[in-house]
Design a protein around this ligand. Structure first.
Ligand code: MSP
Length: 517
């Protein structure tokens, strides 16, 4: 066992009613960047993603596809695994709620809630939305055009009456509100905490947590005919992955409570109200943070299958390259806000920051070294205060980036990296190494060395967001050690290392319209 600090980050598990789209890629990407960042920063990381395979929505989709639900889940879940590979996600586990280990874990949690006296049997009569897999109170519903009632999300609802077990959610109202007040960073962004707080303080009804009118779910222990409500089943995945109910499991002792549940704003209530209440009822520690990110629209329109404007991450990767996709999604929009996806802004952003920014800086510097220093990193002579300032900037910047990453402010964290790029660009313009070539060759070598070592450090900092491109850059410089401990003097480049003719790492993108589906 190491005594390194631990970091446990989870994504929502994805419903297998649908193939993966950009929204799914986005949630997992944000988690991946954090997981990679923490690993480079010396943490033992557990990064979990997976698929949510039970419930009425999935059962209906399987029926529609004319396949047995398990076979249907196997097929769609595999697509999510493909996405993880295509997006270069570094998840340590991929969990599926149809696995036996999960059924055992969630049944154990259920029994614990029964033992603690928080589950009782009654009858549910009320509104349910299959699309949202959520129960709604009458006063939450709106009237649709066709006279039918709609959930606040716009999803259709149906009236349900069936025997059901209930969880005494109402018993946790005060404790939850006190908890939010005592832990203002429990839910971020802040506006989302306010939303959750006002929902909870407005009055919590007990929650129906079993269903009897269909069968695709985890059986309620010892009660034939009842299966668990898909959300209690799904939320427990965060425990299953750590070996729960075996609380002696080293992963459980190391990683629970989770440091971060990354979720979209649509599923905040489940994570920030129901989940903490279940855990309080079971006498278990609560996750430290729930971050609710915003939603993407496509060229101004809500993304939906029926509108036919779903953005396919596989297609984007094919068209623009993986790292450009990773960069754009997290750079373009302040994390937490909604964002509009447009191919035009994609191309502009990537060309400005990647091709013309870091790409140009690296290409210029490495070409000059290759050409003017016999294909090897030059030695440096005396360093000026300006040289030292640039060389030390990345290490100083890491402190700021850490803080920003700890509040999931990805775009601001990347801004900090790009400030180093600008500082290096400014340094080149002032030092004019091309002019020094004629007047002071020793100084030219020092300037090029300083630039190369700055690029090394930018490469190290860039790894979480663009792992492949960072690797290429660091390989060109012959850098072996790549963790954050190598920033500053510790990992300084070795003069004499040979530098091949550099290959551009960040190609200029052209605006290509999406191939019609
Ligand atoms: N199965 C539940 C989660 C259970 S977690 C214990 C679920 N699955 S989902 O597949 O419908 O959605 C998963 C995630 O994708 C959510 O975080 C959701 O916000 C995100 N997105 C779906 N469409 C999106 C956009 N258009 N934009 C950004 N993210 C969106 O909910």
């Amino acid at each position: 066992m190491t005594d390194r600090p631990s970091y446990y980050v989870t994504t929502p598990i994805y419903y297998v009613n649908d193939v993966p789209h950009i929204g799914h890629a986005y949630t997992t990407l944000a988690s991946d960047v954090l997981a990679r960042f923490k690993r480079l920063d010396g943490y033992d990381v557990m990064f979990l993603t997976g698929t949510d395979e039970h419930g009425q929505k999935v059962e209906k989709s399987a029926e529609k596809a004319g396949i047995d639900p398990q076979a249907f889940c196997d097929k769609v879940s595999a697509r999510f695994r493909d996405l993880a590979e295509a997006m270069n996600f570094s998840n340590d586990q991929f969990i599926r709620t149809t696995e036996d280990r999960h059924k055992k874990a969630v049944q154990h949690l259920w029994n614990r809630l029964v033992d603690k006296g928080y589950i009782y049997e009654d009858k549910y009569a009320g509104w349910y939305s299959v699309r949202d897999e959520a129960f709604y109170a009458e006063d939450e519903l709106a009237q649709g055009n066709n006279g039918k009632k709609l959930a606040p999300t716009g999803a259709p609802v149906e009236w349900v009456e069936e025997p059901s077990f209930f969880f005494k959610l109402s018993a946790f109202q005060d404790r939850l509100v006190e908890y939010y007040d005592a832990n203002p960073d429990f839910v971020l962004p802040k506006s989302r905490l306010n939303e959750v707080r006002s929902f909870a303080s407005g009055g919590l009804q007990d929650l129906s947590i079993s269903r009897t009118t269909f069968s695709w779910g985890v059986p309620v222990p010892d009660v034939p005919g009842h299966i668990m409500y898909v959300w209690i089943d799904a939320l427990a995945n965060y425990l299953t992955a750590l070996g729960y109910p075996d609380e002696e499991n080293p992963d459980y002792s190391k990683f629970w409570p989770a440091d971060l549940h990354m979720v979209g704003k649509d599923i905040l209530r489940f994570h920030a109200v129901y989940w903490p209440a279940f855990l309080m009822a079971a006498d278990m520690p609560l996750p430290k943070r729930i971050f609710a990110h915003g939603w993407w629209t496509n060229e101004g329109q809500k993304i939906s299958k029926s509108l036919g404007n779903v953005i396919d991450p596989f297609e984007l990767i094919d068209t623009f390259g993986l790292d450009a996709v990773r960069f754009f999604l997290l750079r373009e929009v302040p994390f937490g806000n909604d964002g509009d996806f447009s191919r035009n802004s994609f191309v502009q952003r990537c060309n400005a920051d990647l091709a013309n920014g870091i790409g140009n800086l690296a290409q210029r510097t490495l070409s000059m070294i290759h050409k003017n220093c016999d294909g090897a990193l030059p030695d440096f002579s005396e360093l000026t205060s300006e040289d030292n300032e640039l060389l030390n900037l990345p290490k100083v910047t890491l402190e700021k980036i850490r803080e920003l990453m700890d509040r999931q402010a990805f775009n601001l964290a990347f801004d900090e990296i790009w400030r180093i790029v600008s500082a290096a660009d400014g340094y080149i313009s002032r030092e004019e190494p091309w002019a020094l070539k004629k007047t002071d060759i020793e100084r030219m070598k020092t300037v090029l060395f300083v630039l190369a070592d700055t690029i090394r450090q930018i490469g190290i900092l860039m790894q979480p967001i663009m792992p492949d491109s960072a690797d290429k850059l660091l390989n060109q410089l012959g850098v072996a050690e790549r963790t954050f401990t190598q920033l500053g003097e510790a990992g300084r480049l070795k003069p004499g290392t040979s530098i091949n003719k550099p290959q551009g790492v960040f190609p200029r993108l052209e605006l290509v319209e999406e191939a019609s589906a």
